[in-house]
Design a binder for this molecule. Structure first.
Ligand code: MSP
Length: 521
């Protein structure tokens, strides 16, 4: 049996379905979509997973407050809010896992049974504060006058006999792991936080609850349900076949995908992913994820944007005004991935106009207008410009290096700099003057072909971040007939000059980034 190529496997957190998605959730999901689309265009086999976290008190109480049984509440929100928003934002996930699905619940139970049998679970008494907003047992340092520092809400006291996971046994192996593999937790500030936390000592973790029943029953003690985070973290592995026999379809799929290459998470949920999750995997003798990357928060008024603090902004509030591509572009371009960033309408409008409408959109419409005017809409013979093609090659190299290490801002900047270079080329070569002299026809053709070819490259390079406008540009360049679908273009081939065919019809197409007032409806 030939072993299948390991996939580039990337996950987002699974989101609580206590409400509809806001731009903080969209931020992570767009980042994951950008990176996985980039890897697909590198020709890799890719698996991109997102989904919803449906158990626990937070979701249960919201359902109760809405007089709806929790399952019905989740079904409705997933179908009417979560999935449609991801579709609207052009998220090309390969799978969507819900923790209430039998495939997940059965595999969680099997995994837990395995840990019980190998002695990593024992019965004990838990007493202490719990924040339902975080779904987390809290330590004294996590509280501010009895309130959770993240949710600014009072914690609840829990006193129960529960099942415990021997988390403390993994402090040394985890410290060793991060020392040997610093890339396993990034950025460095996140890793330092995790290492300091581990060095401070870690207690065993209560992994079941007995006072409510909205969860996965503990297989050997069905009066208890699995602690929601223990249940949720396992989604990354249950979705690709965890616990299925090695020679079954699920087992083979697990082999192809596990370990995950990147878990994208917000910094608020770093410890769960960089401490508890790898410890659970180590206990089961499974490989740990290659990287947990903690990004920053979108801030509103200097604070983490959140629905519970009434600062939540729905993605459609922004896309109605700027369009989906600009939404995807803005957050990756404006905020260094890993740092916090404030959202501002003014900054977004300024970037939209200067970078998208002027630098990129105008270049595309100028080229189409000139080919129409000077060449009856037909692309002239293949030409070559050494300076442009060298600049393109270095753009591809630098963008690929930055994006694959999750430095999205640099990657996009580099590509947009190439766009500026091409604008500079057109300005310097003055095709509108050259066109006036019939004796300079060859020169005119050369300028038009080189500009079209640069736009071909820009379309491919910007496709992962702006799939809608780049597909329109691809069509207007007539590229799909000769080169195939834009998403099938390989990053490694982008810099090969002369791919568009002479004689292709260039159509004007619609304006890629209309002036802002025209977007209002
Ligand atoms: N259900 C857990 C995650 C379980 S993963 C095994 C959870 N869900 S959540 O709905 O609260 O979403 C958390 C994630 O949403 C954050 O980690 C982050 O990825 C994203 N964000 C939520 N608010 C955000 C901001 N204001 N800014 C940036 N990202 C934010 O925690």
């Amino acid at each position: 049996m030939s072993s299948a190529q390991k996939s580039f496997y990337l996950t987002t957190p699974i989101y609580y379905v206590n409400d509809a998605p806001h731009i903080g959730h969209a931020y992570t999901t767009v980042a994951g979509d950008f990176l996985t689309r980039w890897h697909r265009q590198k020709g890799e086999s890719v698996w991109y997973l997102t989904g919803t976290d449906e158990h626990g008190q937070k979701v249960m109480r919201t359902a109760e407050a809405n007089d709806t049984p929790p399952q019905q509440w989740c079904d409705r929100l997933v179908e009417e809010a979560w999935k449609p928003v991801w579709k609207h934002l052009e998220i090309a996930n390969d799978d969507f896992i819900r923790t209430t699905e039998p495939r997940h619940m059965e595999r969680v139970q099997k995994f837990l049974q395995g840990l019980m049998e190998t002695g990593f679970i024992y019965e004990g008494k838990y007493e202490g504060p719990y924040c339902v907003g975080c779904e987390e047992f809290k330590l004294p340092g996590d509280l501010d006058e009895g309130k959770c520092k993240i949710h600014s809400k009072p914690v609840e006291m829990v006193s129960e006999t529960n099942w415990f996971f021997k988390l403390s046994a993994f402090v040394e192996p985890l410290l060793e792991h991060y020392k040997k593999n610093p890339e396993a937790c990034e950025p460095a500030s996140a890793r330092n936080e995790v290492v300091a936390f581990l060095e401070g000592g870690v207690s065993d973790l209560s992994i079941s609850r007995s006072t409510f029943n909205w969860g996965i029953p503990v297989p050997w003690d069905t009066k208890q349900v699995v602690y929601v985070w223990f249940d949720a973290l396992l989604n990354y592995a249950t979705a690709v076949g965890l616990t299925d026999p090695a020679d079954s379809e699920g087992g083979k799929f697990f082999e192809k995908n596990w370990p995950a290459d990147v878990h994208l998470v917000g910094k608020d949920i770093l410890r769960f992913h960089a401490v508890i999750w790898p410890a659970m995997l180590m206990a089961a003798n499974l490989p740990v994820p290659k990287k947990v990357f903690a990004h920053g928060w979108l801030l509103v008024g200097g604070e983490k944007m959140s629905k519970s603090k009434l600062t939540g902004i729905a993605p459609s509030d922004i896309t109605n005004h700027f369009g989906v591509d600009a939404f995807r572009y803005y957050f990756m371009r404006a905020i260094p991935f890993g740092s916090d960033g404030s959202f501002s309408w003014e900054d977004m409008a300024a970037r939209y106009t200067s970078e998208l409408a002027n630098d990129f959109g105008n270049l595309a419409s100028r080229l189409a207008a000139m080919v129409e005017k000077y060449c009856d809409g037909i692309l002239p013979a293949v030409a070559h410009d050494k300076a442009l093609s060298n600049a393109l090659q270095s753009t591809v190299n630098q963008a690929d290096a930055a994006i694959t290490k999750l430095d999205f801002q640099t990657g996009i900047n580099v590509i947009m700099d190439f766009c500026k270079t091409v604008n500079g080329y057109v300005t310097a070569r003055e095709p509108w003057l050259v066109a006036k002299d019939p004796g300079r026809k060859a020169e005119l053709d050369e300028i038009l072909f080189n500009t079209a070819e640069s736009l071909r490259a820009l379309a491919v390079l910007l496709h992962p971040i702006m799939p809608i406008s780049t597909t329109k540009l691809w069509e207007s360049l007539g590229a799909s007939q000769s080169l195939g679908a834009i998403g099938a273009q390989k990053i490694s081939d982008v810099a090969t000059w002369g791919q568009l065919s002479a004689g292709t019809r260039i159509s004007k197409g619609e304006i890629l980034f209309p002036r802002l007032p025209e977007l209002e409806n």
